[in-house]
Write a new protein. Structure first.
Length: 322
């Protein structure tokens, strides 16, 4: 029977339309072949086509090091990961001056993390070392940006596929730091997600569990095959994780993405970090596959209709060969 389910702690509802449940193959969409760009700004050798990097990561003499591009000097190539300002930023650096109680300057930071020099290497096929490095860069950028006085929230996310909002095919993530904390985040402050993790690890919604990390399909999944990945130990943000915890999170996220790709023919998706600079929150990462389009009901009510119960989605993801 179909049912309405409410989120663990917030007042968000979804309809789990079990009576019209679909098989994974029913959700696979034909993909239009991406036309190869004449020139990819993010590929090695084209560093001059982007703003100077804030941090480029190199492996030299067996040691990992990072450095920013030096003004007036040619940018270095040979990098493993490169962090650059967005050429068309949604926000710009500077103090967030207020012109009224309902209007302030769009102050902030907007950066692009070029995840790999390989134009075709998405996270799901990265090696352990490569995915760990990507999450190390996430940590470094979060830690650096969080020190800015005008930054109150840092959105760290990844779009994959045109349906998920990716305008460039070279693997990349984005960081947008803003001077306000979204209500979607503040309503999650102070809740006991440790209890949720313990419950879901014993439920039919479990996808996989490791020493430091638990991945599951949330009880009130708004998106079909939605997955949440939590570190077991509560911490506010990725900068507060130990190296072992962060590495384990990275590999678990990669493995869940691999399962999704194998089950659903590499679907478009967004993944987003839910975290806080200075308030009580159990940070985690959410993966939202884009297998349907919001229509009138969703836009009118804010209630999503999910045609695959999370219990069924989790079983399919557990059973698929990673």
């Amino acid at each position: 029977m179909d049912e309405l389910r409410r989120d663990y702690f917030t007042n968000r509802w979804v309809i789990i339309a079990a009576d019209r449940a679909k098989r994974p193959t029913d959700l696979v969409r034909p993909k239009a072949a991406d036309a190869a760009p004449a020139t990819c700004f993010f590929c090695p050798g084209n560093e001059k086509m982007t703003p100077p990097s804030k941090a480029s990561y190199f492996l030299e003499n067996g040691q990992l090091r990072s450095e920013a591009d030096v003004s007036g000097q040619p940018p270095r190539t040979g990098w493993l990961v490169r962090d650059i300002p967005n050429l068309f930023p949604a926000v710009t650096p500077g103090e967030a001056t207020a012109s009224s109680t309902r209007q302030i300057a769009a102050a902030g930071i907007h950066e692009v993390i070029v995840e790999t020099p390989d134009h075709n290497k998405q996270p799901r096929v990265m090696s352990d070392l490569e995915i760990k490095l990507l999450f190390l860069v996430y940590r470094d950028r979060y830690a650096a940006i969080s020190k800015l006085s005008y930054v109150r929230y840092i959105s760290l996310f990844r779009n994959f596929g045109k349906e998920a909002g990716a305008s460039l095919s070279h693997p990349h993530s984005q960081v947008i730091a803003i001077p306000v904390v979204p209500a979607l985040i503040t309503e999650q402050y102070g809740h006991d997600y440790s209890g949720v993790i313990a419950t879901e690890e014993q439920s039919d919604r479990l996808i996989m569990a490791t020493e430091h990390t638990v991945a599951f399909a949330p009880f009130a999944s708004a998106f079909t095959y939605e997955a949440w990945v939590f570190p077991r130990r509560a911490c506010r943000n990725i900068a507060e994780m130990t190296d072992a915890e962060r590495d384990d999170l990275a590999i678990t996220v990669r493995d869940v993405l691999t399962r999704l790709a194998n089950l659903l023919s590499d679907p478009p998706y967004n993944y987003v970090f839910v975290q806080s600079i200075d308030s009580t929150l159990h940070m985690h990462l959410r993966i939202y596959p884009k297998l349907s389009t919001d229509a009138g009901f969703e836009l009118n009510t804010g209630i999503h209709i999910n045609s695959v119960p999370p219990e069924s989605a989790a079983k399919s993801l557990r059973d698929v060969v990673p």
